[in-house]
Design a binder for this molecule. Structure first.
Ligand SMILES: Nc1ncnc2c1ncn2[C@@H]1O[C@H](COP(=O)(O)OP(=O)(O)O)[C@@H](O)[C@H]1O
Ligand SMILES: [Mg+2]
Length: 302
């Protein structure tokens, strides 16, 4: 098995905050890998190290076979990064944006135009290709971001919280586009705060906690540790009264609802029972015995 990303013992500290405390990652080529963690966990820091933007204080990482510190230029030629902030030019059309990026990357005019047409078609932007990007929705911009990052074919694509801020429909559209990239053999490394997103997209998931990988595996393996859907009872004001984890089977759900029925709180006036998918907090509770930590800067400012 070839590893597209092989990171060992990565450490990074900003002032007194130790963000990465010995992070290990092994991402097989051609797979989608999700780094899952709450805000402030160190996801962007990890991406910045793997994409050569910052240096680790200790540890080492190889990306596409090259060392990120010693062979940064070799790494850069084989990767692309779509960051949390969009890099598109609002006054240009989508076609103009992609052609410009193609020209900057050394394509001829003709190559740049045919590449733009192919990429915009692939990201379902053909109909809007001639519109100024300033008029695009958030989901369309994110797809254009992806198209721009793929003007030159790369072997590893880094996506930092690709769907944060998007509505449900745009998020789903982006998911299918990301999956299709991996089907072509591109390795995709993405960060997310959403368990559902990691579950839908990733072959393997690593949970980032306190600067280390607290758990790693397929979505199925992680879910086996977390359990299935959660049955919850809220009072008329939406306040959580009780929640019962289940194994996600019909039998398990029925048993949980029966158990709920036997509890005194079940007779709370206006109480509402609902079933929800496990959240990032459920993952953290299962893996670390506590809820997802709030961002360190929030703690410091208190
Ligand atoms: N350049 C920096 N200088 C100081 N602190 C930083 C810097 N970059 C990140 N941090 C801190 O490191 C922690 C992790 O940040 P980050 O990697 O952006 O987390 P995430 O992407 O998971 O939200 C945060 O507490 C953040 O404030
Ligand atoms: Mg981030």
């Amino acid at each position: 098995m070839t590893l597209a990303i092989d990171a060992r013992g990565l450490r990074k500290r900003f002032g007194r905050t130790e963000v990465l405390a010995g992070l290990d990652l092994a991402v097989p080529s051609g797979t989608v890998f999700a780094l899952l963690g709450p805000n402030g966990a160190g996801k962007t820091t990890t991406i910045n190290i793997l994409t050569t933007l910052i240096r680790p204080d200790a540890g080492s990482a190889r990306v596409a076979g090259y060392d990120v510190v010693e062979q940064g230029d070799d790494v850069k030629r084989r990767i692309s990064l779509t960051g949390q902030a969009a890099a598109v030019d609002e006054v240009l059309t989508a076609t103009e944006n992609v052609v410009m990026m193609g020209r900057l990357s050394g394509l001829s005019r003709r190559e740049a135009h045919s590449r733009a047409a192919a990429l915009l078609e692939r990201f379902e932007l053909t109909d809007a290709a001639g519109r100024r990007v300033g008029t695009y929705s958030g989901g369309m911009r994110r797809r254009l971001d992806l198209a721009l990052s793929l003007v030159v074919p790369v072997s590893v694509l880094f996506l930092d919280e690709p769907t944060t801020g998007l509505d449900t429909r745009s998020r789903k559209e982006l998911w299918s586009v990301i999956r299709s990239l991996a089907d072509d053999g591109t390795t995709v490394f993405l960060t997310t705060q959403y368990l559902e997103e990691a579950d839908r997209l990733a072959d393997r998931i690593a949970v980032l906690d306190r600067g280390r990988v607290a758990a790693e595996g397929t979505a199925g393996e992680l879910k086996a540790r977390i359990g299935g859907d959660v049955v919850e009872l809220r009072d008329a004001d939406g306040l959580l009264l009780v929640e019962l984890p289940t194994d996600g089977t019909v039998h398990g759900l029925r048993a949980a609802i029966d158990e709920l029925d036997r509890l005194p709180v079940a007779s709370a006036p206006g109480g509402v029972v609902s079933i929800r998918r496990p959240s990032l907090d459920d993952v953290f509770l299962a893996i670390t015995d506590r809820a997802a930590a709030p961002a360190p800067e929030l703690i410091e400012s208190k």
